[in-house]
Design a protein around this ligand. Structure first.
Ligand SMILES: [Zn+2]
Ligand SMILES: [Zn+2]
Length: 677
């Protein structure tokens, strides 16, 4: 009987085959929803399921299955998907709340973001843009909507019906938008109670599925309709949204902690640097800040010297023809500072441009100049590898809006180097770099970092063989260094490589759990070809070297910004601008304070004295605010006994009375840079 059925046309209603992630297959009737499947599996899952992934696409839990499908139910455990869903719901609820409270407000768009959501509104003209004072009332209304637990219902509409509805409701932005949706797109509206929005979805089953205590509206700003400044200015309300209150609280603590650590504020408080509009995106380093820079640079230089690098210095400005040859002129010109090649002229008419089309440009990177050095003289296979390092000052013309303190600037100094090697040396060179980078990150207080391999992008130069080989070489090197492990967050990122080569990226984890991409190493066979770099191989023929572009810190500016935020301004002793302050309790101890300071300075410490006629508690407070790592308090008794009271920063009032020799010895030892200990 069963055999026969295989050859018969099914007469009963056709069943859909639903394959679940564990490989099991269920047959369900048309009209079945993922929620039904969840209920059939068990009541626990039915309750936990927020949405469904159907053939890879996230869909509403109550949207009927349309045919044979791969189905995975999404619960709060699938955190990334769940967060995206709840954030979209919060945005939707925000929009409904605003329209409830402020009739006449038009809705536009409201996506989920990395930590929450926003929604752009066109407030009624008579009321003007929203302000932060409006936020508490809106939050309250959102909680009312959540408490009502209205089903969020997906409806398929015709374009014309949507347009008519929004025109009737005076929603001109939505009416405009729906007419521009792609021809064949299914147009969906989401309804919750009496409120309706044009939306692709997906959403949770009802407004009550989000946690009323797990969101917070954070700020308002202006935003142009469709991001174009020729269009109307809208009022954007931002919020942060999470799966539960615990997550929200942790996020708010992180934000507060990040604000306290803001390098711009600490930089100002500690007198490290400043920025001003006359030099947009270039940093004015003050003496205290440049101490940090110099220490970092000197440390890195010692590490590079012992790792077999040779340091060079190359021109700041080069002819446009050079940049044309390297390919930067074609690909990168809009980010370059270009200057006319003027001939100095002593006559009254001022400088003249030497000839038509003569242009020069500030270097946006050091690579071509390093090839020009490599090309000087004939190189043999025995000369390789050649590792050329440069603390290279580069300029890139970034839009003002993209700049951020010293983290994103227009003039920056890379800890750059290029390694020219033979193909058979590549894996070992990358492995050596991985070891050097590991040492440097640990020395600088970043024991946790992640390694990612960015693979070939869709648009790329070079043959598939070149890509296969380069990617595999980088993989092999990470493996050889023993870092292709979960501890190093080892992962491959398809499509994220540069257009000419794959690269390894290094992401530091800071003290409050944020990650920062700083270091990189990438293989390159394109630039040596373009700029005709070659060496004489064992076979007597000219071969192209492989070029490795690599940086450990990325740029000094950005890395010091990260160090400031990571340490909250409390630099390790060897990097601190001032390492010790000798403060007097009474003026009788002034001479002795000078003697103590002189002894510390002679031992190589950066030391200052504070002889002001102020209470010692006042001095202690002030120097700890300035994050001075060690305060040495001296009074009459210390002067007589040849001792000092040592108060390290951050250990409350705990102080230790020590003999002068002992203090000098201890601090001098603690202040040694990590590579000299
Ligand atoms: Zn929506
Ligand atoms: Zn380079």
């Amino acid at each position: 009987m069963a055999r026969a059925c295989r050859y018969m046309r099914p007469v009963m209603t056709e069943q859909f085959k639903i394959r679940l992630p564990d490989g099991s297959v269920r047959e369900v009737a048309p009209g079945t929803t993922p929620a039904d499947v969840a209920a059939a599996i068990g009541p626990g899952l039915a309750k936990a399921a927020l949405a469904a992934r159907v053939n890879g696409e996230v869909r509403d839990i109550n949207r009927p299955l349309e045919g044979d499908s791969e189905l995975a139910l999404i619960t709060a455990r699938d955190e990334a998907d769940a967060l995206e869903l709840v954030r979209h719901d919060y945005a939707h609820i925000l929009a409904e709340a605003v329209q409830n409270l402020f009739p006449g407000t038009q809705i536009t768009f409201g996506p989920a973001t990395d930590d929450g959501f926003y929604y752009d509104f066109a407030p009624a003209p008579e009321r003007g843009p929203f302000t932060e004072e409006d936020l508490p009332a809106i939050e309250e209304e959102m909680r009312r909507i959540i408490a009502r637990d209205e089903p969020l219902v997906r409806e398929v509409w015709s374009r014309e019906d949507v347009r008519r509805l929004f025109v009737e409701q005076g929603e001109s932005f939505k009416a405009e938008w729906v007419m521009e949706l792609p021809e064949h797109e299914t147009i969906t509206m989401y309804r919750s109670g009496g409120w309706i929005d044009l939306c692709r979805g997906p959403h949770l089953a009802s407004t009550g599925k989000v946690d009323p205590q797990a969101f917070k509206l954070t700020r308002v700003s202006g935003a142009y309709w469709r991001g174009d400044q020729k269009n109307a200015m809208l009022s954007r309300i931002y919020g942060t949204g999470w799966l539960n209150k615990k997550q929200l609280d942790a996020h708010l603590v992180r934000i507060e902690e990040a604000l306290k650590r803001d390098h711009r504020r600490i930089g100002q408080d500690m007198g490290l640097f400043h920025l001003q509009a006359e030099a947009h995106g270039s940093v004015f380093w003050h003496p205290a800040g440049f101490v940090v820079w110099r220490q970092l640079e000197a440390y890195l230089r010692r590490r590079l010297d012992s790792a077999g690098y040779e340091e060079v210095k190359t021109p700041q400005v080069m002819d446009a023809r050079q940049w044309e040859q390297s390919g930067h002129w074609g690909k990168y010109r809009e980010n370059m500072f270009v200057i006319p090649d003027e001939v100095p002229n002593t006559e009254e008419e001022g400088p003249i441009i030497s000839g038509e089309g003569d242009w020069m440009a500030l270097k946006p990177m050091n690579c071509p100049a390093h090839i020009l050095i490599f090309r000087q003289g004939i190189k043999s296979y025995r000369d390789l590898p050649i590792r050329l390092a440069e603390m290279g000052v580069c300029h890139r013309n970034e839009p003002h809006g993209a700049l951020h303190g010293i983290l994103r600037v227009r003039q920056f100094t890379q800890d750059d180097a290029h390694i020219f090697c033979r193909e058979d040396q590549l894996v070992e060179e990358v492995r050596l770099f991985l070891d050097l980078l590991d040492t440097v990150y640990k020395d600088l207080g970043f024991p946790d970092y992640q390694i990612k391999l960015a693979l070939r992008p869709e648009k790329r130069f070079g043959s598939e063989e070149m890509w296969d080989w380069s990617e595999q070489s980088l993989r092999d090197a990470v493996k050889a260094a023993g870092r292709d492990t979960a501890e190093f967050g080892w992962a491959e990122l398809p499509g994220e490589g540069a257009f000419y080569a794959p690269k390894l990226e290094f992401h530091l984890t800071d003290a409050i759990g944020r990650t920062w991409q700083v270091g990189t190493i990438q293989t390159d066979t394109v630039l040596p070809e373009r700029l005709d770099a070659s060496y004489v191989a064992e076979d007597g023929q000219r071969h192209r070297p492989v070029m490795l572009h690599r940086a450990i810190l990325g740029s000094f500016e950005r890395f010091i910004g990260i160090l400031i935020e990571h340490h909250a301004g409390r630099f390790p002793l060897w990097l601190a601008p001032v390492q010790a302050v000798v403060a007097t309790i009474v003026s009788d101890a002034d001479d002795y304070a000078h003697e103590v300071a002189a002894r510390l300075a002679a031992a190589g410490l950066r030391v200052e004295t504070d002889l002001r006629n102020e209470k010692i508690n006042y001095k202690v407070r002030e120097h700890s605010l300035a994050k001075v790592p060690n305060l040495l308090v001296v009074g009459k008794r210390e002067a007589e006994e040849g001792t000092v009271a040592l108060r390290p920063l951050g250990e409350g009032a705990r102080q230790e009375v020590l003999g002068l020799d002992e203090v000098v010895e201890r601090l001098a030892k603690e202040a040694l840079p990590p590579d000299l200990r």
